[in-house]
Design a protein around this ligand. Sequence first.
Ligand SMILES: C[S@@+](CC[C@H](N)C(=O)[O-])C[C@H]1O[C@@H](n2cnc3c(N)ncnc32)[C@H](O)[C@@H]1O
Ligand code: SF4
Ligand code: SF4
Length: 357
Amino acid sequence: MISKRNSTRRWTKSCQNEKGEVFSKIINIPKVSCLGKSINFGWLDFKITNRCNNCCTYCGVEQDPPTAQEKIPIEAIIQTNKAAMELGFTFFAFLGGEPSLRQNWNAIFKPFTEKRNNCHLLVITNMKHFNEDLYRALFGSKAASAYLVASIDRLTMPNYKYQNSQQVLSDLWKIQDLTQAYSSDDHRNIQVHSVITRENFTEFPTLVEFFWKRHVSVSLAMVEPLKIVDGSPQYYNEFTKDELGHIIQHMRNLQQKNMLKFPNQILLEYLEQHQAGILQIKHCLAGKEHVIIESDGQVYPCLTESYRRGLSFGNIIHEEFNEIYGKLQGFTCRHPLTDTCWDHYLWNRLGEHVRRG
Ligand SMILES: C[S@@+](CC[C@H](N)C(=O)[O-])C[C@H]1O[C@@H](n2cnc3c(N)ncnc32)[C@H](O)[C@@H]1O
Ligand code: SF4
Ligand code: SF4
C-alpha cells in the first residue's frame, strides 16, 4: 500500500479507515543463545496483523486496509508464541499494522494463560478501535506483566496520528479501570509510547508530565530515520543540531525531575553520543536476543533488516519458529555504516539491564 513517488523520500500511501473510505496521502519521508538452550533476555517484536485503520504521517510500515485478509493464520501465531516461550524469550511486543483489529485474543494469549510464567506482554495500539476482548485477554493472562501501550504523541489536535485526543484519553482511562479487576499491583496497566518528531519536539515534556502525574509511564522514541540537517528542516524526521540539543536538554530536565523511566534514559544516552559523534557498534545480538516477525510471517534479525526487506530467515506460516531461530544464530550485521543504529543500542542496553536484574 506504499508506493515510492520519486527519489526524494516522498511517498504516497493509500489508506482506508474502518468505514471503508479510501484516502491517500503524501508523506515525507550475554548469555545467549544456542538453539534449545534457555536465553535470559529475548525480545520478540511480533507484527501480528498486516491490517491498519490509520495513516500516520511518519509511518513506513507496510500495511493493508482493515477489509483485507489476515496474512498470518491464528494457529501460526499461537505456535510461534509457544515456541518462543520455550526458547526462553521473555518480552513479547505485539504490534502490526493495528493489533486491535485482530480477533481471537484469548487464543493468541493461550500460551501465556495456561500457567503462571515469567513473560512480559506489551500490545501497542493506536487507540482508534476499542477492543475490550483484547484488553481482558491481555490483563487476564498469567504473564508476569501485561501492558496495553497507547501510542500518543500529542495531547492536542491536529496530530500526526490523526487521533481525537479527548476520545483517546477517555478510552485510555476506561482501559485502566478494567485492569483493577485483574491485579492490585502495577503489573497490569496502561502505558504510553510517544514518538518525537518535528511536530512535538518542543512540547513532548508536557505530555510526559501529564501522564506522570496520573501514574502512567511514557516511553519515548525518536522518529526513524532520524536526520540531522544543516539547512532548514522540512520533513517530520529532520532536525538541526541545535534542535537535537534542545531535545536532549528537555530530556535532561525530565531526568532531574525523576520523570525519565529507564528506556528513556537509554534514549538520552544514545542522543548524547549521537550528538558527540561517538556511537559505535560493539557486538550486535540481533537475531539472538531480539527477533522481528513481519506481518506476512517473514522473520528478520532486526528492524533495519525488516524495513529493508533483506534476507528473511524463514516464515512462521510454513516453518516452526525454533527452526528459523536456529538459522538466525549465524547472522552478523551486514550494514557497515550502522554505527548509529538505535535498535542495536536500545536492545544491547536493555539486555544488559535485564541480565543484571
Ligand atoms: C508501527 S506501530 C504499530 C502499532 C500501532 N498501529 C500503533 O500505531 O501504535 C508501532 C509504534 O511505532 C511507531 N512508529 C511508527 N512509525 C515510526 C517511525 N517512523 N519512527 C518511530 N516510530 C514509529 C508508532 O507510533 C507506534 O508507537
Ligand atoms: S496506526 Fe500504527 S501501523 Fe498504522 S499507520 Fe499509524 S503507526 Fe503505522
Ligand atoms: S547493528 Fe543494527 S542493523 Fe546491524 S544487525 Fe544490529 S540492529 Fe541490525
